[in-house]
Design a protein around this ligand. Sequence first.
Ligand code: F6P
Length: 359
Amino acid sequence: MKRIGILTGGGDAPGLNAVIRAAVKTAINDYGCEVFGIRNGYDGFLEDDGIIPLGLNEVRGILPRGGTVLGAANRGNPYARKVIRDGKEVTIDVSDEIVKGIKKLKMDALLVVGGDGTLHIAHQLAQKGVPVIGLPKTIDNDIGGTEVTFGFDTALNIATDALDRLHTTAESHHRAMVLELMGRDAGFIALQAGVSGGADVILIPEIPFKFESVMNKIRARAEKGSKFSLLAVSEGAKPLGGVQVFSRKGDEVYVPRLGGIGHIVAEYIEGEGFESRVTVLGHLQRGGTPTAFDRMLATRYGAAAVRLAARGGFDRMVALRCGEIVDLPLEEATAVPKRVRPESDAVITARNIGISFGD
Ligand code: F6P
């Protein structure tokens, strides 16, 4: 193994710089490899200055930094790229150009750090002979093949801190404070932050809710003298028999953008005579310095991916299982996305301590 490339695709997540640093250090120190960084996800293969050498100097000091020094692109799907042809916007497949780019650079391995979309593309590229290895990242923690993705723990801590802060102002003003959290179709952030931050109501995509059940909880608290409530609401939560709320439609390039359910819940609560306010935590959950847990996990993934490349374990993903780093086929890792199981102990525990899921 002489040359490896690394790219970070999809939305950013805290820990990306830690994973890049670990991969570069392991590749150079232990395998004497040359490392190249591909900028802006797969797009870097199509850009003039899209490939940059990554040496030890380039990764010095980046461990605690949020974001990614390589840039990311969450609409960088080479199988559906929007370009202007004859003055019209068309969607084309440029995956063969990427394959050519990788071959031209004589890369022995391409480390792809991404969420489900980016990893799925990596598997497709592997079918065209690209020696890819996947590394799972996302704040949503929704990748089936691994117990944890890096980025999740940082987002969870930020969300919990937000609930702690909302708690004091909710109590002062006797209000129902709604916190809308990210996570797409997985409710892990809202569930775990909700439990850790003392929410009274948690609404997640996996458990459709009824507005009246949410109100029952708020009323019951008020009757017992607690005239304020805290609600942790996943952006993907939906009422029973209803649909998710989007702020932007999707197409073949853009995934649909979730957002707005927090406001709908708060308006309902106000309509029932309880003052309510909404906070949409948004991209604060993805920004800033990673927690120690995420730095450690990202570092383990980065080093393990290089070791896997050296063994020729392509079209596979590194993962965390029972506390150990393992690897499994990318296809298997991305086949079924991970979701909160309504019968899991975390949900049961939340119910045990009196949290309502609005069901
Ligand atoms: O997948 C990570 C995530 O932050 C989701 O939780 C959220 O729905 C989405 O990305 C937001 O994407 P964007 O950065 O394009 O707004």
